[in-house]
Design a protein around this ligand. Structure first.
Ligand SMILES: *Cc1c(COP(=O)(O)O)cnc(C)c1O
Length: 399
């Protein structure tokens, strides 16, 4: 079992990695099921009329989301750019070709300050690629209805709402209210729900365009989903003649995503939840008696049906702080990559949703070994994830 688990890494000389951090681009996002892999490989052997393939994908997206129409993009991030551009140009091909030259009217996107997160790149960049202007309303921790109402003038092409564990979770305009205010002013609402399991709720509550990632919980190949009003989905799709060209999605990703969406609609959610629960309980038991370590099961902050194990660390008792332990876990063989974005608060989390067969026990053993070791000789600066991802980019490619 263990050998088969690492054959691919070993043959290529790659670091053995166990992903208990969630669906992270930096780790290859997700592992696809056999149906999606087969569909992807099969598609590579054929020519196909891409419009026909996208039409077919759109029908599956409609079944999945309840939306009128849909299409597949290269990623959710591309989906944001294409949706914003579509709201700016409508079905006018000259305007679509002219982007990112600012059209001069209907070129503005409104978003709450507390929603401008960094999902690997800033939300602002995905909007800015279109040439559109972002009009930020409210402050980081509060936004009132009048601030949205006051921002919606004739230049506004769309209002953007971001759902993520990375956004501020209090003081923001609730989604239904956001839609109500935008619609009263005749402005369409785009929701970036890239990482949300709820594929129908935002459309149900009036989103004009909803964006999902194909390679997060859906476990498809690298891709994104746009679902929503037919006229706006068509306008977003039209952007493939302009700024969308560099975000092209291939036939293999579309076919793989279709298979992943079909899998999702027939999955045994209760069995998946139970398996995830068992992993959390095994890990919790593995560290239960270690000094300075408290492990508790916590729910997902955006209400996805997913729990995680939160490992809280008392540095005096345990010998090092949470940042250092997270970094040390990431240097083991196999590397255990934990969820560390709130590590300065004294904890990291273990996400069970991307666990592969045979890995659960390796995580338990490594966790017990590292957390019981009293810490490592790693200074805190080296363990700071705020700067770590940029350092990794700057270190890359030096030969
Ligand atoms: C992950 C994520 C994205 C980007 O998704 P990709 O499909 O990887 O481009 C955008 N927005 C939010 C809120 C995300 O969580």
């Amino acid at each position: 079992m263990t050998e088969a688990l690492w054959d691919w890494h070993d043959a290529n000389g790659f670091t053995r990695v166990i992903n208990v951090s969630g669906t992270m681009t930096g780790l290859g996002a997700s592992v696809t099921g056999s149906a999606a892999r087969k569909a992807t490989a099969e598609a590579m052997g054929h020519f196909v009329k891409m419009h026909e393939l996208q039409e077919h994908a759109g029908q599956v997206i409609s079944r999945l989301t309840g939306a009128e129409a849909g299409c597949v993009t290269a990623s959710a991030s591309a989906g944001i750019s294409l949706c914003v551009a579509g709201c700016m140009t409508g079905l006018n091909p000259s305007r679509a070709e002219a982007l990112p030259a600012v059209p001069g009217s209907r070129d503005t996107v409104v978003a709450q300050a507390g929603h401008l997160c960094h999902y690997g790149a800033p939300v602002e960049t995905a909007v800015g690629l279109t040439g559109g202007k972002l009009r930020v309303i409210g402050q980081s921790t509060q936004c009132a209805d009048h601030q949205l109402e006051g921002a919606l003038d004739e230049n506004v092409a769309a209002a953007l709402y971001v759902v993520s564990h990375h956004v501020v979770h209090y003081g923001q305009i609730p989604f239904a209210r956001f839609v109500e205010i935008a619609h009263r002013a005749g402005v369409p609402v785009i929701v970036d729900a890239a990482s949300e399991y709820d594929l129908t709720g935002f459309i149900e509550q009036g989103a004009d365009l909803a964006i999902y990632s194909g390679h997060k919980f859906l476990s498809g190949p690298t891709s994104g989903i746009i679902a929503g009003r037919r006229d706006l989905v068509r306008a977003a799709y039209l952007q493939n003649i302009g700024i969308g060209r560099g975000m092209k999605v291939g036939k293999e990703s579309i076919m793989g995503l279709i298979a992943a969406m079909e899998d999702w609609m027939t999955r045994d959610a209760a069995a998946i939840r139970a398996a995830e629960r068992a992993a959390l309980e095994e890990w919790q038991a593995a560290v239960a008696d270690l000094p300075g370590i408290t492990a508790r099961v916590v729910p997902d902050p955006t209400n996805n049906p997913l729990d995680r194990l939160q490992i809280e660390i008392d540095p005096q008792e345990a010998g090092a702080n949470a940042a250092i332990f997270a970094a040390v876990l990431g240097r083991q063989d196999p590397a255990i990559i934990v969820r560390d974005h709130e590590v300065e608060l004294g904890y990291f989390q273990l996400d069970p949703c991307n666990l592969l067969p045979g890995q659960q026990v390796l995580v338990a053993d490594t966790l017990r070994h590292v957390l019981g070791s009293g810490g490592d000789v790693l200074d805190h600066a080296e363990a700071d994830p705020r700067n770590g991802s940029i350092r990794a980019y700057l270190d890359w490619g030096q030969g």
